[in-house]
Design a protein around this ligand. Sequence first.
Ligand code: NAD
Length: 476
Amino acid sequence: MTKQDKRKFYIGGEWVDPVEPSNLEVINPATEKSVATISLGSVDDINLAVEAARRAFETYSATSKSDRLDLLQNILNIYKKRYDEMAEIISLELGAPISMSQKSQAACGVGHLEGFLAAFEKLELRQRLDNGDTLIREPIGVCGLITPWNWPVNQIALKVLPALAVGCTCVLKPSELTPLSAILYAEILHEAGVPKGVFNLVNGEGPVAGAALSRHPNVDMMSFTGSTRAGIAVTKDAADSVKKVTLELGGKSPNILFADADVEKAVKRGIFGCFYNSGQSCNAPTRMLVERPIYEKVLEIAKITGESQQVGDPAEPGRHIGPVVSELQFDRIQALITAGIEQGATLLVGGSGNPPGYETGFYVRPTIFCDVSNDMRIAREEIFGPVLSIIPFEDEDEAVRIANDTPYGLAAYVETGDDEKAERVAAKLRAGQVYINGTECAYGSPFGGYKTSGLGREGGLFGLEDFLEIKAVSRP
Ligand code: NAD
């Protein structure tokens, strides 16, 4: 594929040059070669984008609900037309295997849109309260949207679509590691007829373009997904202008395997779930908590299953996992694998370095540690690579205690044959989503975290509400 020139930003409905040229190469993580050049935006570029969004807000916020429902439907149609292109571009910039990119990564752009359409149709923007006053839901204003690289379109869809649905305008600053899917998304919105200035895209680095957006006095709300570190920076930057901030941050999700579970199935889905997307999912089940009577059996199954995980070229179809996104992420993962070994965890599968035959590209060996104690770094820190920690527990109380003993609270998984136990444990888990026996929450359900996993919820009705102001009107 020839290298692409993607140095323009999308501002006010047009593709424009940056105020000052400053380039960054987009690296294919499988080959370590550049596939495109983008521009890094400055404070001036962000200012222009915010001005365009502010101007557009005047008219767009006054459009009718039915007009905006039609617009979302148009976006859905154009997105479906360019679906394969989206799957390919995500595979290229992120290293997601093409089969997975088609089945899951690109699919999020459709699933979330359908979830928002269904929720927005039902949402009452004007309502009479029991006390006689009127409640009006209004768009919050100009929204700054900052997204990560691990599920690039998933995150863009979860922010751009609710903003557009309720009548907000926005400036998107996607991850500098995966800007190509965001550029394609901008083309889709343009083709779907999103009015000028309603959606704007500026590429750039977090501490420059991202911070300029968070600090901008004319931005009314920041919606951020990424690391807890950057989420805190966004919150502090937004504080001076008293903006609403929603955050979707990291996780270290427990996967509790009780002795009465379907052990073979539970271990397999736990491991493949952890390794999916090369371990780069905020809700990945990265701590497998195992009830003592089945511990040895689980380790036997885990060894065979872990060793069966293939690694391979993202361009090839199949069920393998690809590389991780960047050299920096590769190095972070290696440091944590070393920490696991040094702190005394037992290496069951994998280990440091590249898998044999994959010296080029940021490929990590699928790795499983057992005999992990919950105070080790590999049990506390988000590794964001295909690395699983297995931790034994004695009884239900201890399982819940270990599960909740984390600064995070994004997701939790429970495997048991006892429905009452599943409900009881789910109620005690301090996490935004609980998945029982391998089920997943559907599009339209709220997604977000307790504790340092975030603030606010994305998707469906709750995702729309985050982009709304509430006004109470009373009259004689
Ligand atoms: P990051 O948080 O630095 O990047 C995410 C987004 O935030 C990018 O668009 C980035 O440009 C922007 N950003 C960074 N610093 C910023 C700042 N000061 N102000 C405004 N925006 C800023 O993520 P990373 O460094 O690429 O990854 C580090 C860790 O973050 C990973 O190991 C993982 O633990 C976590 N992470 C979590 C998610 C998630 O979905 N929860 C996604 C990506 C990364």
